[in-house]
Design a protein around this ligand. Structure first.
Ligand SMILES: Nc1ncnc2c1ncn2[C@@H]1O[C@H](COP(=O)(O)OP(=O)(O)OP(=O)(O)O)[C@@H](O)[C@H]1O
Ligand SMILES: [Mg+2]
Length: 466
């Protein structure tokens, strides 16, 4: 895309001679319109243009078509712009004066297309499953790569559902310990009286109930990585014991005397500020310094809404394959709607959302109304504030989920008895299905009707089932 007609013709011809199929546009609007019918492999755009700058267009393109390659070219190159463009996702930033002779453009295009292929291959499942291109996310991934090989303990901060466990697994997978065990301990669900035995194990007879010897997480994580999830929940007594193990690199099982070596890399995760907890006296400063050798902060989803389309496509591909159906398409407006939501449950909430859409919405194209309906359902469901796995979130919805259509408008008072009864019946069916996780036999049993009756009622009311 190029507003100068002579340049546009020159570049177009050079690329056509090199064998490329070229579409031409003289401004961003024209280009965006053309994209509605066909998305090319690569878009070459001028930076300074009349209606929308190349940089804004690049942002827009990365939102709408995260897989498309973009090259920006300009006669007034600026280093800051070049850095920004690459960060946003451009494949190259070209100084037009370097395009002499113009055939050099074909070389740069070929190189960019190769880069795009590599990017999409490495991107298929993101960096160890961490999808997203936002600069904050990319620096987190870079830091993971940089520290993985050291033995430094790492503290991962992030809101609930922001990917702390995924990041911990990435640290392990990138490290020399990748072939060793990855063990997790969720300190938030750990009963204080069991904590020591869970971490360090126990000998047979160490306490009543200790009927056999038990290896704790430290022992199982030997030569591997131990994730201490929600580490701020450890009692002060356990914090002291943990500190000792980190200092001496040895521990004893409860009731045991033998000192056991612990070659363990600790990744601690927290969504609470440990610094604040230290000030309030709830966390030991010395332990904090041992855990916080390197700190990685994961951005919340609301801080990186530009990644929403890519994440949606990632989860769509996963759950549509699982459900053995074609992934639905999203209108640009529907996608934009998702980027306005604040996602308090972060990526897990988005993942649950996509899962429910794949499971419950049978439409080939998802529009804003569908998004609104599903978001409204998610807000009412407890799963949204306490996200669980997609499976349980979908099943636990107490109000069922929208039946695939737009949000039901506040219903005008039904006119007659039979429509009231039908509305009630539909509601009861939807809720029962959700309660029974869409298992038809169980739903029929609960409602004390035959499966055949259930089928016919579902089809009568158009309630979709997976
Ligand atoms: N960058 C990402 N790309 C793709 N999927 C992600 C990403 N981050 C997180 N997820 C997915 O989101 C879900 C939640 O991630 P994870 O369990 O790592 O979060 P968490 O921060 O540990 O959450 P919690 O605070 O609730 O323990 C998982 O299913 C995970 O696979
Ligand atoms: Mg977690």
């Amino acid at each position: 895309m190029e507003d100068d007609p002579s340049h546009r013709e020159l570049y177009g011809t050079v690329l056509e001679r090199a064998g490329y199929d070229v579409m031409r546009a003289s401004n961003a609007d024209e280009a965006l319109r053309a994209l509605e019918t066909r998305v090319p492999d690569l878009i070459l755009t001028d930076v300074v243009m009349p209606t929308m700058s190349g940089m804004s267009l690049l942002r827009e393109l990365m939102n709408l078509h995260p897989g498309v390659g973009v090259i920006l070219q300009t006669s007034q190159p600026q280093i800051a712009d070049a850095v920004e463009a690459i960060k946003i996702g451009a494949l190259d930033y070209l100084d037009k004066s370097s395009l002499i002779p113009p055939t050099r453009l074909a070389e740069r295009v070929a190189a960019a297309l190769q880069k795009r292929q590599r990017k999409s291959a490495g991107h298929a499942a993101g960096f160890h499953g961490m999808v997203g291109n936002d600069p904050k996310m990319r620096s987190a991934c870079l830091l993971i790569q940089q520290v993985a090989d050291s033995i430094a303990n790492v503290l991962v901060y992030g809101e609930t559902g922001s990917g702390k466990e995924l990041a911990a697994r990435a640290i392990h997978a990138e490290s020399k310990r990748a072939d060793g065990p990855f063990i997790t301990l969720d300190c938030s669900t750990l009963a204080p009286e069991l904590a020591e035995s869970e971490l360090f194990g126990h000998e047979k007879g160490a306490f009543s109930g200790a009927v056999s010897q038990h290896r704790g997480r430290f022992e199982r994580a030997h030569r591997g990585t131990l994730l201490l999830d929600e580490v701020g929940n450890l009692t002060v007594a356990m914090q002291a014991k943990l500190l000792r193990v980190i200092q001496t690199r040895t521990f004893e099982r409860v009731g045991g005397e033998k000192s056991i070596a612990a070659d363990v890399r600790i990744v601690a995760a927290s969504n609470r500020s440990l610094e604040e907890m230290i000030n309030e006296g709830g966390f030991r400063r010395d332990l904090y310094h041992r855990l916080n050798v390197v700190q990685i902060r994961l951005p919340s989803l609301r801080e990186r809404l530009q990644d929403v389309p890519e994440l949606v496509n990632h989860f769509l591909a996963r759950y549509a394959t699982q459900a053995e159906r074609q992934p639905p398409q999203w209108t640009p407006a529907a996608m934009a709607k998702l980027q306005e939501h604040d996602w308090p449950g972060n990526i897990r909430e988005l993942e649950n959302f996509v899962y429910r859409v794949v499971l419950l919405c049978q439409k080939p194209v998802i529009d804003t109304e569908d998004v609104n309906a599903f978001l409204a359902a998610q807000e009412l469901a407890p799963a949204a504030s306490a996200p669980a796995t997609p499976q349980s979130a979908a099943g636990a919805s107490p109000m069922g989920a929208p039946s695939g259509g737009p949000a039901p408008a506040p219903a005008p008072a039904p006119l007659d008895l039979s429509s009231q009864v039908e509305a009630q019946e539909k509601d009861i069916l939807t809720k029962a299905l959700a309660r029974n996780r869409y298992n038809l036999s169980r739903t029929a049993k609960e409602l004390k009707i035959s499966r055949t009756t259930l089928y016919s009622k579902l089809s009568k009311y158009g309630i979709p089932v997976p």
